[in-house]
Write a protein that binds this ligand. Structure first.
Ligand code: SAM
Length: 280
């Protein structure tokens, strides 16, 4: 942990870069300062993004192989670090495909659009919008959502499913919705299950866990093969669960039944994704 409190001097920054990654882009994103130094917070962010990019490489290769003009969505983009880095390492290199960053905060969306223009990233555009009302193309090929707040992760998954994304990757942020739904429901619940969320701390953890289990089952029900894994070590981020989906079927009835059974056992838990897609 102490290692990550220190900044990295310009001559040592190379070690932190992904193959093909330029210090110029990282300076434009203010991840490196003007002197080329990498400060502790930026280093953590860069570690997460580069690690995610490494894990996504097989999916990106598959997408570029199969589609002449693939569309990638950076959902709840913030400063769109992930979108810019994917653009430099994949879209710019391939000379094809486009990136759409969706971010509702006008200041962040404007800054991202300005950066894209000054970097000459013509195929990166920004939609200043929430995900549920974003004017995205009908078909997208990959959707990524790094730390999309609370139910924005559900909106990202719904967008991916509705637009037939071949690949989806989400690293959920804190989840508070289901913990609230569970609160005060101990007496109405199956007595064998109620202790799972009786204590406030357990309710928060269980609510978040249950939400991610349901999100994964929903993806499976819509024909995605799902892998759930750790993004980086806990020392880099506490929000560390990575849900990867690759569409392999039109649907999966067994997963849908499992989802319905699970929702029936805890009927008060209805995360946003379930309501939006009317599953369960
Ligand atoms: C924790 S930040 C993560 C930003 C970026 N993905 C990253 O990892 O640096 C979460 C972002 O989600 C955006 N957001 C919140 N609700 C959203 C929604 N419904 N649709 C799209 N973006 C949303 C916020 O404005 C914020 O920029």
């Amino acid at each position: 942990m102490t290692r990550f409190r220190k900044s990295v001097r310009p001559e040592e920054v190379k070690r932190e870069l992904a193959p093909g990654q330029s210090p110029e882009l990282l300076k434009a994103l203010h991840l490196l300062d003007r002197t080329g130094k990498l400060h502790a917070d930026s280093r953590r962010k860069l570690k997460q993004v580069n690690h995610l990019v490494r894990l996504l490489t097989p999916a990106l290769d598959d997408m570029f192989e199969r589609h002449p003009e693939p569309v990638i969505v950076d959902a709840a983009a913030g400063n769109a670090y992930l979108g810019f880095i994917l653009y430099e390492l994949f879209l710019a290199l391939a000379g094809k495909g486009s990136m759409v960053a969706v971010e509702p905060r006008a200041d962040l969306a404007e800054r991202t659009a300005e950066r894209a223009t000054s970097l000459g990233y013509e195929r990166l555009r920004v939609l200043c919008s929430s995900l549920s009302s974003a004017a995205l193309p009908d078909r997208v090929h990959m959707l990524v959502a790094l730390h999309a707040c609370d139910t924005a992760t559900d909106d990202a998954l719904v967008t991916a499913i509705e637009r037939g994304a071949d690949h989806v990757a989400v690293v959920p942020c804190c989840q508070a919705e289901v913990a609230k739904q569970l609160s005060g429901k101990e007496d109405d619940a199956d007595p064998a299950l109620a202790p799972l969320w009786r204590h406030r701390w357990h309710r928060r953890e269980f609510g978040a866990h249950l939400t991610n289990v349901i999100r994964s089952l929903v993806l499976e029900a819509y024909g995605y093969q799902v892998t759930v894994t750790e993004l980086t070590g806990w020392e880099h981020s506490l929000k560390n669960e990575l849900i990867l989906g690759r569409r392999v079927h039109r649907e999966n009835r067994r997963a849908r039944r499992q989802l319905e059974d699970l929702l029936a056992r805890i009927p008060f838990a209805r995360p946003s994704i379930v309501r939006a897609l009317k599953v369960g």
